[in-house]
Design a protein around this ligand. Structure first.
Ligand code: NAP
Ligand code: GDD
Length: 350
């Protein structure tokens, strides 16, 4: 697999959502591979570039302002930069919050994707530019223990998933209608020490670290029974790049093929932070207590349950293994949790 096309010394990539968890790992990867990388960021009254600050000095890394809800900004970016590859990672990505801001979620995640594809077309790049769309396992709406693959029907269970379903479909439609190279990565949950603090894994590793240092009393959680197929974000961004190096545009599930419950994630994170949890009670009365002291470390708050939740997600990554050379569980669940806790044990003291 070649990193650059013949006769071209440097490929130019545009990443929307460059300040996000995945955007920052992807920017690092593409820079390592010799790309010129343009990250789209949105204007904010506070500097929000902590995940990409370390890349700012790199002469091949640049940022430009834009917003997924502002079609004009996307048209201008595509026309000015004429990228070889576009990675559309920008999104209102919080499933729970999408119930609070459903219209904004649809504007950003659904219509924003359409605007971006039109911007690529308007710049006359539909035959040359390859597009990666950040699709999601949330499209499936659950697995009931059966591994989900590219042919499993969708059943979105949140405004976020419904918006992403539109984005998935419009990408497929533009691929078929205009012959564009657009690939959907149907990625299952992937985490890291750069994960947003609202997502359950990071919420847990931060809380376990703060509790270990005496900075927090206890952790409140919602659905402890929810099960996810959790991988490491650094591994998953490599698949995004591989999808655009593949000879044909296609849709790929990226997952580890294993799942764990929120409760299991919690037990392991607290163990790495130096505490063993014993679970007692059930439903809203369930608590996680410190085996040594009997102190309550975790409890359940009914208001943290979603109006509709995806109970179980488990992916079947066979196609990506066969066609993209993907290695599931490159970073194991245990290694992932340990990595996040080790980072947060220091981070919470800053
Ligand atoms: P993230 O950390 O929440 O990052 C989202 C990025 O989108 C941020 O850079 C954010 O900018 C930007 N953004 C949000 N609204 C925008 C708008 N209106 N205009 C321009 N930029 C906007 O998400 P992530 O975990 O890196 O995920 C990346 C993508 O993969 C998302 O599309 C997500 O839905 C999808 N996905 C994620 C997972 C996962 O497990 N992580 C799994 C499947 C799919 P600010 O920094 O300014 O907020
Ligand atoms: N956030 C959160 N906070 N989730 C909780 C909590 C809590 O206190 N307690 C239990 N959960 C449960 C949620 O109800 C959900 O079932 C599960 O933990 C995972 O929640 P999140 O970490 O918020 O992630 P998500 O699975 O809803 O969505 C993430 O993964 C999707 C891919 O499947 C996001 O990254 C999406 O953008 C992504 O598409």
């Amino acid at each position: 697999m070649k990193d650059t096309e013949p006769g071209k010394s440097e490929r130019r990539a545009l990443i929307t959502g460059a300040t996000g968890q995945d955007g920052s790992f992807l920017a690092e990867l593409l820079l390592e591979k010799g790309y010129e990388v343009w990250g789209m960021v949105r204007r904010s009254s506070v500097g929000r570039y902590e995940r990409i600050e370390h890349l700012m000095g790199n002469s091949r890394f640049h940022i430009r302002y834009g917003d997924m809800t502002d079609a004009v900004s996307l048209v201008r970016l595509a026309a000015d930069l004429r990228p070889d590859e576009v990675y559309n990672l920008a999104a209102q990505s919080d499933v729970g919050i999408s119930f609070e801001v459903p219209a904004y979620t649809a504007q950003t995640d659904a219509l924003g994707t359409l605007y971006l594809l039109e911007a690529v077309r308007a710049a006359g790049l539909e035959k040359s530019c390859r597009v990666y769309q950040a699709s999601t396992s949330e499209l499936f709406g659950g697995s009931a223990g059966i591994p989900l693959g590219e042919d499993t029907p969708f059943h979105p269970r949140s405004p976020y998933a419904a918006a992403k379903q539109y984005a998935f479909s419009i990408c497929r439609n533009y691929r078929e209608a205009y012959g564009m190279f657009i690939s959907n990565g149907i990625l299952f949950n992937h985490e890291s020490e750069r994960r947003g603090e609202n997502f359950v894994t990071r919420k847990i590793t931060l809380a376990a670290s703060r509790i270990a240092h005496g900075l927090q009393d206890r952790l409140h959680l919602g659905n402890l029974d929810a099960r996810r197929d959790w991988g490491f974000a650094g591994d998953y961004v490599e698949c995004m790049w591989r999808m655009l190096r593949h000879p044909r545009p296609d849709d790929f599930v990226i997952a580890t093929g294993r799942q764990h419950s929120v409760r299991e994630f919690c037990s392991l994170a607290f163990r790495y932070a130096g505490m063993e949890i014993a679970w007692r009670g059930a439903g809203p009365d369930e608590q996680g207590v410190d085996k040594k002291t009997g102190r309550v470390l975790v409890d359940v708050l009914p208001e943290l349950f979603r109006p509709a939740d995806v109970e179980s997600l488990l992916g079947n990554p066979e196609k990506a293994v066969a066609l993209l050379g993907w290695t599931p569980e490159k970073t194991s669940f245990e290694k992932l949790v340990r990595r996040m806790v080790e980072f947060d044990m220091k981070y919470v003291l800053k």
